[in-house]
Write a protein that binds this ligand. Structure first.
Ligand code: CUA
Length: 327
């Protein structure tokens, strides 16, 4: 995804795991710093001794060219270089385990937000079972105030192959595996938009399944929920476009609530224009791009599962005029 598009939708092009805003990501940064400190210390000791040995024992003019005395089998030294690394590994192992259990052991509280994210080639379906909302590629959650925690628990499923769900500033990676349900959770403390990526190679458009997470202040989130729960808008002027939509194959893959369209293979379009990008981040969601997408998705996203709809220009105009009303 281009930097320019990233800037348009207001997210950093390079998510930084050292700039966490959510509880599990804070924990991951803590354990990362501890590991980095230990390995940096080891590096400095080993590199320092190496440099010392290279300088102190270098060849000097007047050396007689014989080998130095050969020392073999010092129990003390061998014990030291066995026991010390063993202890270091134990410390790293126990610390990491403690963090993993602390993160994975958190269970959902009754007032936590419950979201299901389904990985697809190559986009993310996002369902809010408790709220009756279905959307795609742009996860919206409330901010979690430490005084009034509102974590989001995410159920992860795959419709096809293995994907991996990763928003570096919010939580660690969790694989998204066909036939298996995984869980993760986030507890973002700062409103903003955070960018994530599929982190498991899943085919041609592995790099083309962007995920953004927008963290809203509570009232703003409530407004977003209300807008998403609303039925699709019915604008009389674009009924001709809606008729095109419901008379061709669109409806076998897409849902627009309140119309005969109830397909589930592609993204729910009830509020498609509320989303910033098309094709999971391959293009900004503008009427021109939408037209190009419906005409031939592969022109924007080679390999996309949606077929070119082979509509006439007139049908295309009407259809796009209809789609852009779905705010
Ligand atoms: Cu989905 Cu890589």
């Amino acid at each position: 995804m281009g930097r320019q598009l990233m800037a348009t939708i207001g997210v950093a092009a390079t998510p930084n795991m050292f700039a966490p805003v959510s509880t599990p990501a804070f924990a991951i940064r803590e354990v990362s710093f501890l590991v980095l400190a230990i390995v940096t210390f080891i590096f400095v000791v080993v590199a320092g001794l190496t440099v010392y040995a290279i300088i102190r024992f270098r060849r000097r003019p007047g050396d007689d060219g014989r080998e130095p005395p050969q020392v073999y089998g010092s129990t003390q030294i061998e014990l030291a270089w066995t026991v010390v690394p063993f202890l270091i590994v134990i410390v790293l192992f126990l610390t990491t385990t403690r963090y993993i259990f602390a993160i994975e052991g958190r269970s959902a509280t009754p007032d936590a937000l419950d979201v299901t994210v389904v990985g697809n080639q190559w986009w993310w379906e996002i369902r809010y079972p408790g709220l009756g909302i279905v959307t795609a590629n742009e996860l919206h959650v409330p901010v979690s105030d430490p005084a009034d925690p509102k974590p989001t628990f995410i159920t992860l499923q795959s419709a096809d192959v293995i994907h991996s769900f990763w928003i570096p500033q919010l939580a660690g990676k969790t694989d998204v595996i066909p036939g298996k349900t995984n869980r993760t959770w986030i507890e973002p403390r700062t409103p903003g938009t955070y960018v994530g990526q599929c982190a498991e190679f899943c085919g041609l458009q592995h790099a083309g399944m962007l995920l953004t997470v927008t963290v809203h202040p509570k009232e703003e989130f409530a407004r977003w929920v209300a807008a998403q729960q609303a039925a699709a808008i019915d604008v009389p002027e674009v009924r001709a476009g809606r008729d095109v939509f419901t008379s061709v194959a669109c409806i076998s893959c897409h849902t627009v609530r309140g119309t005969p369209a109830n397909g589930v293979f592609g993204p729910d379009l009830t509020h498609v224009m509320s989303r910033a990008t098309l094709g999971a981040g391959v293009a900004g969601n503008t009427p021109e791009n939408l037209r190009a997408w419906v005409n031939d998705p592969a022109s924007l996203k080679p390999g996309a599962r949606m077929p070119a709809m082979k509509l006439s220009n007139d049908q295309l105009d009407k259809l796009v005029a209809y789609l852009v009303t779905l705010r």
